[in-house]
Structure formats: structure tokens, C-alpha cells
Write a protein that binds this ligand. Structure first.
Ligand code: ADP
Ligand code: MG
Length: 508
């Protein structure tokens, strides 16, 4: 998603204004500094002219300095360097005769052409300043000396300087470097944005309000949607809203999202499935019940190996949810730990029907891109054979992998750093190792159930969620397992912190 034209314009104007403000600021400061410098220069020249007046006059009249020129550096600040040049009336030659900077050499001296015979009175010394057109650091001050009622000559006193004093000049550099840095950063951000490396969320995402619900903090952002907490203003209940990411709010993503909402509608009132509360088509937003608890992936991250009683109970509960979904003709296609939520009260709920599909509904295409999460996906889901559409048994396969991982405490398949092609080959060709090989103490019956779920051929698996659930209840009786909601709740309480326990109690 790129920036809108309006935003680019605003950024550009801000950028330009910053530069103009900077220039204006430095113009003003420079002028002030220059002015300051002139005043210093005028003072210095007045002093020199005053101190050396007899010498200057004598020089104009007779061509020599008598008494000698007396110029000291005392009068000058660090940015004022003085050179005295005497120019006689009409000669046009500038001769450096005295200076405070030893770098300067004495220039040849041309004697004046016209000399007044004698001077009775010195009428005035007028100091004038002028900028040198050749060197911006050089400002000259002329001391026009008039005597006997006429202008007898000019002592041309030149001051070298840096009209910008040191700190101002440093400030100018700092500003210029900062500005350059900002420009480069803006450019990088702009490029990253236009290449889609970073995304900027529009102001209306997420919407502040959806019907009676005020949208709050974000809990999660997946590939397609953001999950936000929200509060229903009318009844004070917390709800969850899932909102399609703004840059995806077009074309086929909208269709998929619509489908998720539509399926969620079909699944209303069914147990062990996260319930839809509202759907805002225009906002591409689904409002659903809030599951105060953890998703199974968070629980597995924390607990590693889930005790057998709880694991069997969680899978049985998922079977109930899946059974209802399947009986409505809906395959989930993305069963994995993060899509199974456990309430602190011990209730198990399946969520995220984002890529679920009505069974037996052919949309006429075979290839629709692989959907699902590779480590949990059933082999037939990868093959995408038109005559063999994915059905309930694919969900049972994925559930089997979840089951396996809960009991073993490790991922069945880790495709980190593995290319998609290799991962797909591995799913299609490699049989999953019997759980009992890794976990010696597992009861044989339990191993058999898990392994039957993850059979490569779907004909060899449980054929329905009900069948798996049946097998699990037989197992429970046989092994004397006993887990129920309150038991699972106690398990959650044991593993999650005080704050969450408090939340759980408030939950009732
Ligand atoms: N109703 C809900 N209540 C509480 N947390 C939820 C709820 N729905 C989703 N979540 C949290 O957000 C995560 C992502 O939600 P999900 O619907 O799976 O979206 P995605 O399509 O991004 O995977 C879940 O794994 C869960 O941790
Ligand atoms: Mg999910």
C-alpha cells in the first residue's frame, strides 16, 4: 500500500517548510552576526584611526609614517583580523603597509601624487564601510580624512573576518547535516513503503466503533486480519473483533473474509466453536465472543507436555466442535494449536474458520493455492485433486498432529528454514514416526489412536470426528482417565499467573 497523494503532499510541504524555516532562521542570524561584526569593525577602525591620526596624516602628506603606525590586536575579537592599507588620493594603488597578521608581507609603497603643503586643522575622520565583492570574509572601512576644509586622503583600513561567528557557523553545519539525515530517512521510509516493506495503517483502521462495540487494543495480527479487544457499550461485555487488514481489503481477500463470516453464521449456536456475534460487511469486521483464556499454542509453549488426561479431554472437545462443523458440511482446513482456544473456565473452543470450506462444493478449479499451515496440513490437502475434495478426515489428521505434539511436547514437523517444495515432499512422502518410539511410557492404545489420526491415507484414519471421540471415551474408561471442564480449569490455574487467575474468577 502506498501513501495517499494527500499525505505525500503534506510530507513534502512539511519537508520544504522545514528547509525554508531553516534558511530564514540562518539568514536572520547571519544578518545579525554581520551587523554585529560591522559595529565591531567600525569601533576598531575608529580606534586605530584615532590613535594613529598624526601618522596617517603625515603619511598622506609626506609619504612616511611618523610617528610609526601603532596597531595592536587588542581591539579585535577572534573573528576580526586587521590589515591597514593606505591609498593615496588618485593613485588607485592599494598598498598593505601594516597589519596584525604576520602572514601578510609588506607590499611596495607608491608615494602619493598630490600632497597638501601643510595641514592647519584636521576637520574630520569619516568612517565608511563597504563589502568586498571578491571576498565575503573581507570588509573594508575607509577613514576619510579631511583637513583644511578639503578631503586630503583616505586611510583604507581593511578588516578580514568571518561574518558568521564560530558558533553560528557550527550551528549551520549541524542544521544542514540534520536536514540531510531527515531527507535520507524520509526517502528510505518512502521507498520501503512503496515496496511494501513497511505498511502504514490508515487512520480509520481499526474503526473506533463497530455498532455498539468500542474497539480497543490489538491482541494479534495474522496474515489476513487483526484481532482486537472491544467492549459492547450497551451491556459492558468484552468481545473480540477480527478485522481484515486494510491493505487486503480488496478482491479475493474480501471474498474469503465474507466466507469466514458466512460460515461463522452457519456455525452459530454450536458447542465448542467460537461464536459469531455480529458481522459488519462494510468494515470487513467480525465480532465474536471473547474467550478469556489462552490458545493451545500458548499453553504448549508454557507447559511443553500436556498431561494425558487433559490432552485427551481437549481433543475430545475439539471432536465435538468438529463434528458439528462437519455435519453442517464445513471443513476447517486449518486445525492447529493457535486456532484452539481454552477458556480459564476449562471450555475448549475452535476458532478461525478463515479458510474453512463447504465440503463437496466445487468451485471449478483444482488449484487454488495451498491453504492451511504446512506442519499440520493433511497430505491430500496438498494434492488438490478435483475428484477427491478435502473432507472431514483432513481436519482429523491435523487434530492428530496437535494431539501428538501435546503428548510429546515437541513439534512433529519443523519446517523452519526449509523451502516450501521440500516441506511438501516431506509431508507427502514421510510417514510420521510412531509416538511410542519417542515416548516409551505411552499406553499402546493411546499411541494407536494418535497414529491412526495421522495415517497418510485418509481411508485408514478415523472417518469422522464422532468415531475419534468414541475411541477416546473407550480409552478414557480403559485407562481410568478423568478430565472435565473444572479439571482443565484447575490445570490452567496452575500454569498461568495470578492476574489471569483473578480474571478467571471474575469470569465466574
Ligand atoms: N474470540 C477470541 N478470544 C480471545 N482470543 C482470540 C479470539 N479469537 C482469536 N484470538 C486470538 O487471536 C489469535 C488469532 O486469531 P485467529 O482467528 O486464529 O486469526 P488468524 O487468522 O490471524 O490466525 C488466536 O490464536 C488467539 O490467540
Ligand atoms: Mg489462526
Amino acid at each position: 500500500m502506498g501513501y495517499s497523494k494527500k499525505k505525500i503532499l503534506i510530507y513534502f510541504i512539511s519537508w520544504l517548510s522545514l528547509m525554508l524555516c531553516g534558511c530564514l532562521m540562518f539568514y536572520v542570524l547571519t544578518e545579525r552576526s554581520k551587523n554585529n561584526f560591522y559595529q565591531q569593525g567600525v569601533r576598531a577602525v575608529q580606534e586605530i584611526a584615532g590613535k594613529n591620526l598624526p601618522s596617517l596624516v603625515n603619511f598622506i602628506i609626506q609619504g612616511n609614517f611618523n610617528p610609526p603606525l601603532n596597531i595592536t590586536a587588542d581591539t579585535f575579537s577572534e573573528n576580526l583580523k586587521f590589515v591597514a592599507v593606505i591609498e593615496n588620493n588618485g593613485t588607485g594603488n592599494n598598498n598593505i603597509l601594516a597589519h596584525t597578521d604576520p602572514k601578510f608581507v609588506r607590499w611596495p609603497f607608491t608615494p602619493p601624487l598630490k600632497k597638501p603643503k601643510h595641514i592647519d586643522t584636521i576637520d574630520d575622520v569619516v568612517i565608511e564601510k563597504e563589502d568586498s565583492p571578491y571576498n565575503e570574509r573581507l570588509i573594508s572601512f575607509s577613514a576619510y580624512i579631511s583637513a583644511n576644509g578639503t578631503n586630503i586622503g583616505r586611510a583604507y583600513l581593511v578588516v578580514y573576518s568571518y561574518p558568521l561567528d564560530g558558533s553560528l557557523s557550527r550551528l549551520r553545519w549541524i542544521f544542514a547535516s540534520g536536514y540531510l539525515l531527515i531527507t535520507i530517512m524520509l526517502l528510505i521510509i518512502y521507498l520501503m513503503n512503496s515496496k511494501g516493506i513497511i505498511r502504514e495503517l490508515p487512520n480509520d483502521y481499526p474503526p473506533r466503533k463497530l455498532g455498539p462495540s468500542i474497539v480497543g487494543i490489538k491482541l494479534h495480527e495474522g496474515g489476513m486480519a487483526g484481532i482486537f479487544m472491544a467492549v459492547n457499550e450497551k451491556n459492558g461485555r468484552t468481545v473480540i473483533v477480527k478485522i481484515l487488514l486494510p491493505h487486503l481489503a480488496k478482491g479475493h481477500h474480501i471474498d474469503l473474509f465474507k466466507q469466514e463470516a458466512k460460515l461463522a453464521e452457519d456455525l452459530q449456536g454450536l458447542p465448542n466453536i467460537i461464536q459469531l456475534e455480529d458481522y459488519y460487511e462494510k468494515d470487513n469486521a467480525i465480532v465474536m465472543e471473547y474467550i478469556r483464556g489462552k490458545d493451545l499454542s500458548e499453553i504448549m509453549d508454557k507447559v511443553k507436555i500436556i498431561p494425558t488426561d487433559q490432552a485427551v479431554f481437549i481433543i475430545s472437545q475439539c471432536c465435538i466442535g468438529l463434528h458439528y462443523a462437519h455435519s453442517k458440511g464445513i471443513v476447517h482446513r486449518d486445525i492447529k494449536p493457535s486456532n484452539i482456544m481454552i477458556r480459564f473456565t476449562g471450555e475448549v473452543k475452535i476458532g478461525d474458520f478463515g479458510i474453512a470450506k463447504k465440503m463437496f462444493k466445487s468451485d471449478g478449479t483444482i488449484v487454488e493455492g495451498i491453504k492451511g499451515t504446512l506442519p499440520y496440513i493433511a497430505p491430500e490437502q496438498l494434492k488438490q485433486i478435483k475428484e477427491e475434495p478435502v473432507d472431514a478426515r483432513a481436519d482429523l489428521y491435523s487434530l492428530g498432529i496437535v494431539f501428538y505434539e501435546m503428548l510429546n511436547g515437541e513439534k512433529v514437523r519443523n519446517f523452519d528454514g526449509v523451502g516450501t517444495y521440500t516441506a511438501i515432499q516431506s509431508i507427502l512422502e514421510t510417514e510420521i514416526r510412531p509416538l511410542k518410539d519417542l515416548k516409551k511410557d505411552i499406553p499402546a492404545e493411546l499411541n494407536d489412536i494418535v497414529m491412526k489420526c495421522v495415517e497418510m491415507k485418509r481411508e485408514a484414519r478415523y472417518q469422522s470426528a464422532e468415531e475419534l471421540r468414541e475411541a477416546l471415551s473407550v480409552l478414557e474408561r480403559k485407562l481410568g482417565l478423568s478430565c472435565d471442564g473444572p479439571y482443565l480449569s484447575a490445570f490452567m490455574e496452575e500454569h498461568f499467573d495470578e492476574r489471569q487467575k483473578r480474571q478467571m474468577r471474575n469470569d465466574g
